[in-house]
Ligand binder design. Structure first.
Ligand SMILES: N[C@@H](CCC(=O)N[C@@H](CS)C(=O)NCC(=O)O)C(=O)O
Length: 214
């Protein structure tokens, strides 16, 4: 896999694409932003729908390929820029748990939270992709209790996804701010990459606000 080409990140501030921008900073990957102003509904305009017909960010373009969906993007980028050591390589015993926790995020955690936010019952245990909300939260808590990261001392790209997502999901009241979850959020939030992107995205959001009003 090549890491020579610049990554284009389709991005809107204060959205799930912020975590990918943080990951790009952590990886030291060369990237450029293609910024979308949600206040102007740019994510639903034909130019962007040609990139992601679902009209969602994040999306990236790299070496001629488009990748959408956070989990796929995290896996792709951490493998494409291996020098940062954020992806356990194939053959590393951590590779399986690493992929498990990335996939779990998209296929169990987010569905559980979305159901909770919409006050939708998951239905029968067999029909639900995650079983029960409480079981998902208990699983996350147990994994973080080992600390400091998901896999002990080793920081991986999965921590950037989970650390940034737990931050917004607790602030939306969708996840309880338990001791281990809050400590983990703080640990990830203290990283220079998170602070830098937070500052840049704050400026970007302010500029978009002005553009939307003019
Ligand atoms: N399944 C997608 C979800 C991405 C998503 O929900 N993105 C939101 C921003 S946080 C979005 O683009 N919303 C725009 C819209 O629906 O108009 C993923 O995991 O990447």
């Amino acid at each position: 896999m090549t890491d020579a080409a610049k990554v284009t990140l389709y991005h809107s501030p204060r959205t799930r694409s912020q975590g990918v921008r943080i990951l790009l900073e952590e990886l030291g990957a060369p990237y450029e932003l293609h910024v979308l102003n949600f206040k102007l509904e740019e994510q639903h305009k034909p130019d962007y729908l040609a990139i992601n017909p679902l009209g969602k960010v994040p999306a990236i373009e790299h070496a001629g390929a488009v990748v959408t969906e956070q989990v796929a993007i995290y896996i792709y980028l951490a493998d494409a820029f291996p020098a940062a050591g954020l992806a356990p390589a194939i053959g590393d015993p951590l590779r399986g748990p690493y992929l498990r926790w990335l996939a779990l995020y998209g296929s169990a955690f987010e569905p559980a939270l979305i159901d909770r936010a919409r006050k939708v019952e998951p239905g029968t245990r067999g029909m639900s992709p995650y079983g029960e909300y409480d079981a998902v939260i208990a699983l996350v808590r147990a994994q973080l209790a080992k600390g400091p990261y998901l896999f002990g001392e080793r920081l991986t790209a999965a921590d950037i996804l989970w650390g940034t997502a737990l931050r917004w999901t607790t602030s939306f009241g969708l996840v309880p701010p338990t001791e281990e979850i809050s400590a983990y959020i703080e640990r990830i939030a203290a990283r220079p990459s998170v602070k830098k992107v937070g500052r840049l995205d704050h400026e970007l959001a302010a500029a978009q606000e002005v553009a939307a009003q003019s």
